[in-house]
Ligand binder design. Structure first.
Ligand code: HEC
Length: 243
């Protein structure tokens, strides 16, 4: 038998499976975000962090406030009070007021829309990115995953200030790890948990139907299991007459 087509297909599948995360990865090892998309409370806390810390620069223009209210089991008035600071209506999308041209001038780069960031980068990338901001020798912010990122560490008050510790590899100075030079308002564990909440929200943002899909999935599996039992009983009943 000629197995060539089969092995070619197998090779392609393997390539696509393993290459996909590689495309989205940056430099450095990724930390595991370990998000649980069914944890609605975590998504709610993440949404609050998002509008307080990210939404001044980044839009999430695929998301409407009323969809947020519905998916997160929140009262629409509560959403208007806690998550909406601009003069907008509940049915509008999460756009920001800053104009792209201004943003580009102020920051050097236009902050991208974050609706699909979790899809393009993956949860682990986002988690690692948000945890690895540090202050470099110039006193400015830098990021271990996205070198020379134009984004400041918006969480510095919560996280504190991290500084790099260098090591020499093959004659090059590289960052070995980051240390907390100045503690922030949250302990490292508390801060990791905040960032996990935020990334959980961003996962939800990337695919709002995922929460429902996962919940429905459980019921579908239960139904199938029950259905299998019933059909087995039915089969046994029919075959009793045949034997
Ligand atoms: C002061 C404005 C500002 C704030 C606030 C801000 N960002 Fe950014 N962000 C930027 C800019 C500018 C970039 C582009 C960085 C670059 O490519 O150099 C960026 C890039 C990013 C990226 C990388 C996108 C990519 O795939 O390359 C992510 C993810 C991100 N921001 C998430 C966040 C999150 C989450 C928050 C809130 C905790 C936040 N940002 C708050 C300005 C901001």
């Amino acid at each position: 038998m000629n197995t060539k087509p089969f092995s070619t297909v197998l090779g392609l599948v393997a390539l696509l499976t393993f290459a996909a995360p590689a495309f989205s990865a940056g430099g450095g090892a990724l930390q595991h975000a370990d998000v649980n998309i069914r944890d609605i409370a975590a998504i709610q806390r993440g949404a609050k962090l998002f509008v307080n810390y990210c939404f001044s620069c980044h839009s999430a223009s695929f998301m409407r406030y009323n969809r947020l209210a519905e998916d997160l089991n929140l009262d629409e008035d509560l959403v208007m009070e806690n998550l909406v600071f601009a003069d907008v209506k509940i049915g509008e999308t999460m756009e920001i007021a800053m104009r792209p041209d201004d943003a580009g001038n102020w920051l050097g780069k236009v902050p991208p829309d974050l609706s699909l960031a979790s899809r393009s980068r993956g949860a682990d990338w986002l988690y690692t990115y948000l945890l690895t901001f540090y202050q470099d020798e110039s006193g400015g912010w830098n990021n271990q995953l996205l070198e020379n990122a134009s984004m400041p560490n918006v969480f510095w008050q919560l996280q504190g200030i991290q500084k790099p510790v260098y090591a020499t590899h093959d004659g090059h100075e590289v960052i070995d790890h980051l240390t907390l030079a100045e503690p922030g308002l949250q302990s490292p564990e508390e801060f990791e948990s905040s960032v996990r909440d935020l990334v959980t929200f961003m996962e939800y943002l990337g695919e709002p139907a995922k929460v429902k899909r996962k919940n429905i999935g459980v019921w579908v599996l239960l139904f199938l299991a029950l259905f299998a039992l019933v059909s087995y009983a039915l089969k046994a009943e029919y075959w009793r007459d045949v034997h």
